[in-house]
Design a protein around this ligand. Sequence first.
Ligand SMILES: Cc1cc2nc3c(=O)[nH]c(=O)nc-3n(C[C@H](O)[C@H](O)[C@H](O)COP(=O)(O)OP(=O)(O)OC[C@H]3O[C@@H](n4cnc5c(N)ncnc54)[C@H](O)[C@@H]3O)c2cc1C
Length: 286
Amino acid sequence: MEHTFDVAVVGGGIAGYTAALTAKNLLLDYLWLGASAFGEKLACAEKVTNFPAVSGKGTDFLAALEAQREREGIALTPCRIDGVYAAGGKFFLTAGQKSFEAKTVILATGVETKGALKGERDFLGRGVSYCAVCDGALYKGKRIAAVVSSPAFEEEVHYLARFADMVYAFCLYEHSNLCGENIEVRREFPLAVEGTSRVERIVTKEGAYPVEGVFLLKNSAPPKALVGGLQTEGAHVKVARDLSTNLAGLFAAGDVTGRPYQYAKAAGEGCVAAHSAKAYLDRLGK
Ligand SMILES: Cc1cc2nc3c(=O)[nH]c(=O)nc-3n(C[C@H](O)[C@H](O)[C@H](O)COP(=O)(O)OP(=O)(O)OC[C@H]3O[C@@H](n4cnc5c(N)ncnc54)[C@H](O)[C@@H]3O)c2cc1C
């Protein structure tokens, strides 16, 4: 039988880390899931001056966090969660073939600040997908596009190519290692997803490619694509002051709950969400 954690924290950024650290201090049986520890943004920050006791390059901040993480023994389980489902009073989280169970979930998946396409949200579930492993098989023998935000997603493109007749790969980075008989790497910047009832084409400045599916392979998928029935306000999860959502037992923290997009807010919310998850478990006597 699968182990059921008290809390599963999804997202390796500072909100997720602080939630995991707080959960540990509250003696909760926690699981911290994420693509990478501390996320991709810290290393890019030129200078961080607005976080208590920090004044220096993002990489220095990252090194200090990494040292603390090691001291505290907070382990990240590296994976990309592709679905969160509630059933029978607990949550099931899937990552390709892997699955995890938890009584509560803290969603700390951040926001994708670049690369949103026109029409992306309109065609979600009607040809637009964020997960190759979840939906790839639906496109057997079909022509599809993949908008690939970083080399980390090239494996997913190869996975898609096992099913699709043709994959147009729009790589948003310099050097791509993608190759395959039915993979065509395009050096064009996608602008829009278009169609009528379903996706029919992806449009770039140079032209349009007729496709039946568009896979947007990027770090943070919209929370609605991850958790069915989750109430959102635009790109953000709708939360109460205790960071609870409309789904009992599911909390959200950090950029995913809205602006300002700042480390201090993300860390603060990670802490509050872990306390709220504990209070929820205590209330239910779980
Ligand atoms: C260049 C740059 C400079 C910045 N400088 C500053 C600054 O100086 N001061 C400041 O206060 N803020 C700054 N920010 C903003 C700051 O980075 C964010 O507010 C902060 O990172 C938010 O933390 P978070 O944990 O909510 O989200 P993120 O840091 O975005 O972390 C979310 C993590 O979750 C992962 N994830 C998403 N979906 C999934 C999934 N399905 N499964 C597993 N993992 C998933 C992502 O890969 C990511 O690692 C800067 C941002 C950028 C881009």
